[in-house]
Ligand binder design. Structure first.
Ligand SMILES: Cc1ncc(COP(=O)(O)O)c(C=O)c1O
Length: 383
């Protein structure tokens, strides 16, 4: 295995043409309006409503503040429980905790690694106020079952769709499920505004509340009506967002080609599983995770280290899982007995490099390296 001259990263940000960006910035500078619900901010919101096919989209300076605000908007009783998944990024349980709520971890599905809807019901108590599922890697949660449970027990549902930009389930856009959905527009996401995010929701009555909460709770020059925060997206972020809206579909097409190439070259390898997007779902193309099963000659960590030595930088995404984080280890729901699948998968999953202009020769090289690992005799590994 030769070390590649340049590092191959797990992702690269989608970026607009510098001349197009220059024109956008020129307009901002001339307007002298650089933040606080500017023209580009407002235009981005209306364009996102069309692209995501949702009645309401409110943009934020990042996805975490958007998620914090979503939870605050729904007025969940302080100290109540929010059922969520441990197989997610730190922001998901942290936003629950920052709202004075308690995360309760629920195990995941083997195939899609999303929250196991069947197990949610067993975790519900009189103290449960909401469910916060994550469409991890763009795999949609079992939205029908989750909606059914929420209705039965009178719970709110906030979806974390940080990985699922533009995903549709049976033709229904993903931002239409639950009470509120959060999208992240961080640089590592398929569609980015450098840092950024948005909330989508069907209930028009939430619009004013979200607007106020995003701006310190200020309703007008003389009234502060809520304990808000500064969640405003500035005009520079919004202009990147407007330009990237024109580019993300092409990026998705390129990523789909890459995914197919990976599948073509990896599918014969025993004990490497490629989680499949269900047929009725449009793929956001956010990540390309593989699962290294127990009988593969090398462990996920050994593969990660060996690829790193070749300058191929994969991600153990998600390892550790949130129930392993110090603030959460004492929770009853963090026990391994409660989360057997999440605790097994965290040692097996690996996200491979995945972005539009990733060279196909490099993809084949990565697959060839993995193929060569699959031929290592198990007894050599034991030494
Ligand atoms: C699943 C998930 N939720 C929330 C976030 C937080 O979003 P942001 O980085 O925009 O604050 C991220 C990623 O960054 C994420 O991957």
């Amino acid at each position: 295995m030769n070390k590649l001259k340049e590092p191959v990263y797990v992702t690269r940000p989608l970026l607009p043409d510098v001349n197009d960006l220059y024109l956008e910035i020129q307009e901002i500078i001339e307007s002298k309006w650089i933040t606080n619900h500017g023209q580009k901010h407002n235009l981005l919101e209306s364009k996102l409503e069309k692209v995501l096919k949702v009645p309401n989209a409110s943009v934020f300076n990042n996805g975490s503040i958007a998620l914090l605000t979503a939870l605050k908007t729904l007025d969940l009783p302080r100290g109540s429980d929010v059922i969520t998944t441990p197989f997610t990024f730190a922001a998901t349980p942290h936003c629950i905790s920052w709202n004075g709520l308690k995360p309760v971890f629920c195990d995941i599905e083997a195939d899609t690694m999303t929250i196991n809807a069947e197990k949610i019901e067993k975790l519900i108590t009189p103290n449960t106020s909401a469910i916060l599922p994550v469409h991890v890697y763009g795999f949609p949660c079992d939205v029908e079952k989750i909606d059914e449970i929420a209705e039965k027990y009178g719970l709110k549902v906030i979806y974390d769709a940080a990985h699922a930009f533009s995903t549709e389930i049976n033709g229904k856009p993903i931002g239409n499920f639950g009470d509120v959905t959060m999208f992240s527009f961080h640089a590592t996401k398929l569609y980015n505004t450098i840092e950024g995010g948005c909330l989508t929701y069907n209930n028009n009555e939430l619009k004013e509340k979200i607007y106020n909460l995003r701006n310190f709770g200020i309703k007008n020059e003389e009234e502060v009506v809520d304990i808000g925060i500064n969640g405003k997206m500035n005009e520079f972020q919004a202009s990147i967002g407007l330009l990237n809206l024109k580019l993300f579909k092409k990026e998705q097409m390129e990523r789909l080609k890459i995914k197919n190439l990976y599948i073509e070259h990896l599918s014969g390898i025993e004990n490497i599983r490629i989680p499949k997007m269900p047929k009725n779902v449009t793929d956001s193309c956010q990540y390309f995770p593989i699962v290294i099963e127990d009988h593969f000659p090398l462990t996920r960590d050994q593969i990660y280290d060996k690829l790193k030595k070749c300058n191929i930088l994969t991600r153990k995404y998600f390892y550790p899982i949130c129930s392993d984080y110090r603030p959460y280890t004492n929770l009853k729901s963090s026990s391994v007995a409660n989360l057997p699948l999440a605790n097994a998968v965290k040692h097996k999953v690996l996200c491979l490099p995945y972005y539009g202009d990733l060279n196909s020769e490099i993809i084949v090289e990565i697959c060839d390296i993995l193929k060569s690992f699959s031929k290592i005799p198990l007894k050599i590994l034991a030494n």
